[in-house]
Design a binder for this molecule. Structure first.
Ligand code: NAP
Ligand code: MG
Length: 490
């Protein structure tokens, strides 16, 4: 017997209490201090400066890492330069074998990596376990397959590697961003120097251990910890031939400016303010899940997050009602608990940025909704938040918040939806929810976004290129396209 609408609403409102299900941490080993991974070994740094990396859920120090200085960067780049001679000339099938090996070790050590990633960055264990780590392994597996087929990837051209790649990554998907950068670079025959973000260096340091376990030739991968200064030393080093950066638009512009005239190749993966567009013929329950996944996944620390919900006016009311009920069922708390949906905000700085943008939304006149939600006393937390009555001019509709905050706008016609979706300096991703295939195609053609998801959101696959338009950057990562930035075609 079917249940009534009222019963369904009542049911949806119920939250079921789960017993705590924390992932154990006794199987992982985090060193109290780390060196730098240069020339195939962890070596003591030249720099005397160190800084702590903490667990943002507890504010406890996990380890201390080096702030690599100019001498360290120079050593790492030279080690990568030396390794390039033999790595680039090695039979491609042999190079592939190393990548396959790394992929397999990532899978074998997946649990350890997931726990470390979650402790260091604050993301829920179910996300690092089911998304970050498997996708990182899949990236190495996928690009391993290309290593000996580059001439088929670019027919009638002769692909040649570029040399040393300097790579700088952010803190929201540390190991996954590392994989997006290192896998295509190595498959194409380049060597790399990579700098992870200041707040999340641990999975990259574990990856250094994996390189040693895979017996990767010394110097092919070098990992330098540090802050923005270290990052800029890496990208500016004269022997670095290619720079790959993922991070904020602000720093991306800075890098682009400083590389002008150097002849270095550059790809930038920057910020976003994606529209997630729901039409009146969309399956609403499915759309609600897609909206939640679009903005509350990884606490909204996602460059392609669906942070602007554009909903067709005629269904705004029922959709928002369902969405608010659903927000009430999200579990926030200990990110190591397997039932947690929303973990800790990555850092104090990021929390302050979210708080100030949310404050601006209230001041400018939007209506805020937050479900009842108890925040832990220690650590950095922000409840899932939704703004209605948002005007296009508000900061919360224009600026990237990079937190669990959704701004809801409405539209009447498809043309209006396109206009609003494109009314942003960014252009990384978009989502369309509708029953009509023709409308999906019509929308996808008109939206200036590198990725358009249809009836889904935040779906990734190593075979599919990812990247932006406008201030979201240029160049593609993933797929055959992802090889191009690492090759010269002669
Ligand atoms: P960020 O401040 O730009 O930092 C990114 C990386 O660059 C970090 O490793 C950072 O080091 C380093 N860095 C800072 N200043 C630098 C400089 N002058 N020269 C070279 N490197 C420098 O960005 P974030 O706040 O960490 O990350 C969030 C941003 O990344 C968001 O805007 C998000 O949209 C974007 N993002 C984009 C993608 C994508 O694929 N398009 C993916 C993920 C994130 P520190 O850690 O020490 O600051
Ligand atoms: Mg940390």
């Amino acid at each position: 017997m079917a249940i009534t609408k009222r019963q369904a609403t009542e049911l949806a409102k119920q939250t079921f209490e789960y017993a705590p299900a924390p992932e154990s941490i006794d199987h992982i080993k985090i060193e109290p201090r780390y060196g730098l991974f240069i020339g195939g070994k962890m070596i003591p740094p030249h720099s005397k400066k160190r800084f702590p990396t903490i667990n943002p859920a507890t504010e406890q120090k996990l380890s201390e890492v080096v702030e690599a200085d100019e001498v360290d960067v120079d050593r790492a780049v030279k080690a990568a330069g030396k390794a390039f001679d033999s790595w680039s000339r090695m039979a491609a099938a042999r190079r592939a074998r190393y990548l396959f090996r790394i992929s397999r070790i990532l899978q074998e050590r997946a649990r350890e990596l997931a726990v470390v990633e979650t402790m260091d960055g604050g993301k829920p264990i179910k996300e690092s376990r089911d998304v970050d780590i498997p996708l990182a392994a899949a990236h190495f597996f996928y690009y391993a397959g290309w290593a000996d087929k580059l001439e088929w990837a670019f027919p009638n051209r002769k692909p040649r590697p570029l040399g040393v790649a300097g790579q700088v990554i952010p803190w929201n998907f540390p190991l996954l961003m590392l994989a997006w950068k290192i896998a295509p670079a190595l498959a194409a025959g380049n060597t790399v120097v990579l700098k992870p973000a200041e707040t999340t260096p641990l999975s990259a340091l574990l990856f250094a251990d994996i390189c040693m376990q895979a017996e990767l030739p010394p110097g092919v991968v070098n990992i330098l910890t540090g802050g923005g200064k270290t990052g800029s030393l890496v990208v500016m080093h004269p022997l670095v031939k290619k720079v790959a950066f993922t991070g904020s638009t602000e720093v991306g512009k800075l890098i682009q400016r400083s590389l002008a005239g150097t002849g270095k190749r550059l790809t930038l993966e920057l910020g976003g303010k994606a529209a997630n567009i729901v039409f009146d013929d969309a399956p609403l329950d499915q759309a609600v899940e897609g909206i939640v996944n679009g903005i509350y996944f990884n606490q909204g620390h996602v460059c392609c997050a669906g942070s602007r919900l554009l909903v067709q006016e005629s269904i705004a009311e029922p959709l928002l009602e369902k969405l608010k009920i659903r927000l009430g069922t999200l579990r926030l708390g200990d990110q190591l608990d397997k039932n947690t949906d929303i973990g800790a905000i990555n850092s104090k700085t990021q929390l302050e940025k979210i708080e100030s943008l949310v404050e601006s939304g209230i001041e400018e006149g939007a209506d805020i909704f937050q479900p009842e939600c108890k925040l832990p006393e220690r650590g950095y937390w922000f409840p899932p938040t939704l703004f209605t009555n948002v005007s296009q001019s508000y900061r919360i509709a224009r600026e990237e918040i990079f937190g669990p905050v959704l701004s809801v706008l409405t539209f009447r016609t498809p043309a209006e939806a396109v206009e609003k979706a494109n009314n942003t300096p960014y252009g990384l991703s978009a989502g369309v929810w509708t029953d009509k295939g023709s409308r999906i195609l019509w929308m996808a053609e008109r939206m200036r976004a590198g990725v358009v998801w249809a009836n889904t959101f935040n779906r990734f696959d190593p075979t599919s290129p990812f990247g932006g338009y406008k201030e979201s950057g240029f160049g593609r990562e993933g797929g055959r396209h992802g090889l191009l930035p690492y090759l010269e075609l002669v």
